[in-house]
Every structure is written in C-alpha cells, then in structure tokens.
Design a protein around this ligand. Sequence first.
Ligand code: PLP
Length: 435
Amino acid sequence: MHFNQNNSNIVTNWEFSLDCAKKLDQNDKLSHFRDKFHFPTFSDKRPIYFTGNSLGLQPKLTRTYINRELDEWAKWGVDGHTRAERPWMPYHELFTDKIARLVGAKHSEVAVTHSLTTNLHLLMVSFFNPKGKRCKILCEKKAFPSDQYALQSQLQFHGLNPKENLIEVEPRDGEHTIRNEDIISIIEDHEDEIAMIMIGGVNYFTGQVFDMQKISNAGHKIGANVGFDLAHAAGNISLKLNEWNVDFATWCSYKYLNSGPGGVSGYFIHERHVSNEDIPRFAGWWGHNKEDRFKMPDTFSPIPTAESWQLSNAPVISMAAHLASLEIFDEAGFENLRAKSIELTNFLAFVIDEINKEVSINLEVITPKEENDRGCQLSIVAHGAERKLFNQLTAEGVISDWREPNVIRVAPVPLYNSFEDVYRFGEVLKQALKI
Ligand SMILES: *Cc1c(COP(=O)(O)O)cnc(C)c1O
C-alpha cells in the first residue's frame, strides 16, 4: 500500500489489512460523523452494523429534537400549532428545501408525510389511470413485497386481473440483475398497453440501481406514467428526479435516512403535474389551500404544489427525528457522502475478492460492479454455505441480513461506517468460511 504522489489523500494500493483500513479512515474527512450515532449495545462483541439499508442507526441528536417537541407540547398544548418555536402547523415545510436537494427536485415538487406504502397508493390513485387497452403496469420481478401487493391491489381496485396486467421484467437466464435495455425493449413491445411503470429505483435484493432517466424517457415515449419507489435510493445515491422527468416517486426515511422505525415518508410529483386539478387524487384537509384551510370551506381547493397530496396534519414527533437526521446530512454534504460511499463499497468488494483467494467457498457479488449501477449495498451469494454461516457472523458482532438460501446483504453506509468496519467484517467472514 502506498499513498498517491500527487494527492496524498488518496491511498492507491489497497491491502486487506487493518493497517490499510486505518489509513483509509485517517484520510476520511467524514470519519468524525460516526460519533454522532448510537451503535447497538446488546452484544458484548463490538458491532459491525451493516444494515443501514434496513434501519439506519439513531443519531444522538434525535433525542434532543424529539424532546424539544415534547417540551413544546407540555408547555403550549394546542397553542403549539402556532406558538412553538417551530410551529407544528407548518412543521412539514421545514423539509421542503432539504428534501428537494436530496432528490433533485424543485420546492414545489416534494412533501414529507404519511408512510411509504400509503404514499405509493395515493400516488397511484393519481398516476395509474387504466383506459381500454392501456391498462397494464410494468414493474421489476421480485419487487419488494409491499410494492407487489400495492400494485396487485391497485389493479384489482380497477377491476383488472393482476395475472394478466402486471408485466414483470426479470433477469436473463443465468444473470442476477435486470438489464436496462431489457426494460426498455419490453416497454416498446407493449407500447399501447402500459399505463404505468413503477420500479424500485434501487433493487432492495441485489442493490442494482436502474437507469431511471432512460426508463422515464422510454415510458413517456409510449404515453405511460413513470414512478419509482426510492426506499433504497433516498440518502444512498444521487437523484435528479426533476431533470429525469419522473412523474412521481416516494421513499421512506428510516433506511438510509436514519429517521427511526416507521419514520415519515417523502414523495415527489413533477412540477408539470402539481397544479393540474384534473388529476384525480384522494384529498384531505392538509392538501387544501393554506389561506382558508381553517375557514373549513365545503369544497377542496388544492395547494398548487405537491403538498396538495397531503391528507393529514404533520406527525410532528416522528418528523422531529427526520429533521435531526437531515441536519446531519446537510452538515456532511451529500456529495461528500456519496464519494465516501463509493470508496467504502469498492473497498468491501476488494476485500471479498481477497477472501475468495483464501477460502474454498465461492463468494459471488451479484450487485453490479460499475459504481453508477450500485449504491452502498453489496449482495453476496455464498455458494454452498448455509444459515450457519450467518449465525457465525452474528455471533461475532456482524449485523447484516440473510436471505434464503445463501445471500448475505451488507450495506456499509458513509455516515457511520468505517473502512475498519469493512476490514473487520472481512476478517470475521474469512474465519467463518475457514471453519
Ligand atoms: C422498505 C421498503 C418498503 C416498506 O414499506 P413501508 O410502507 O415503509 O412499511 C416498501 N417498499 C420498498 C421497495 C422498500 O424497500
């Protein structure tokens, strides 16, 4: 291992060693962010937390932010809606700028409220409008179960049979990930049948990032609406939803966005739609024009932004956790985080290659190799291994995810994981495979 001559901050030759990992951590300008999080304490082993793709760790700041709102509630009662330091009535507006930057949107295009699957349904009420022959939905095979159920039940809601009207794109034989070109050609093959395309922007199982811009263009060319579930994308990869012309998208805040179990969701609706009152939607009072909301008029008059899809007043306690987390993202800067994320995951891929040289079981990374085609997660098939392997990892403090029959999903996240975490994970994995 040596340091690059021209830029002493870049370690060019990696080694699978603690020394190398520590040098990489010393060069990491974001390494101090790790101290801003609580790591699980339930085990006597030092945790290697690689499940930020499932539930992000708790920022230490979160308790302060939640307590602040509890104190406001105790002090003001109902008057907190207007008199709290951050009044609850417009509390959700605190997210507009932060979220718009995170997903590449204009202020009018985003809002934060409800939960993810709820938002997915609300958005499909607006953007899945089957008519005649154009009544099908295109999605990826083995989408996250909640998305599958949501899509199937939307079809049924319109009196359509999911078996006939859900087109699922799958990997080619012998491949693990779906080729973007296959998605595009299936869109073209069904050009007069597809009403809506709804895909997980980053596949939860393989970690594959889809080419959202290309899919969006191809969908629009045939006259379909295009939406993405960004549960595994928000806070993980760079997004440019406005520029990509995506019609709608939604995500949760408790995975990469570290905002707590069941945390509030966010959504995006492209500016060309937000003030179109002809788009069908399910309405609630929080989507009604702010000026006369409390005059309680009989007819709904939508706010001319994505906020008009809000049904209910802001869940402030859960939003306080989201706010604490987003302030940390702002402090770190998302571009810095993404740059570290790429390096951290490349280092993990390198470590797995090194382990493969020393053990008999083959570890096959099924996540795409190209850094633009993946976020921080790697999904590893441990050929010939059984659940016992996962149990051994867990016993050594590795907190990861196992999918039958033999897939380990690990996600080193740039805010709180270190190169040393990656090294130590590699050591534990290597030892477990040698037994
Ligand atoms: C995590 C996840 C969900 C979970 O949905 P909730 O409504 O938040 O329970 C849904 N879809 C995808 C793709 C996910 O990754």
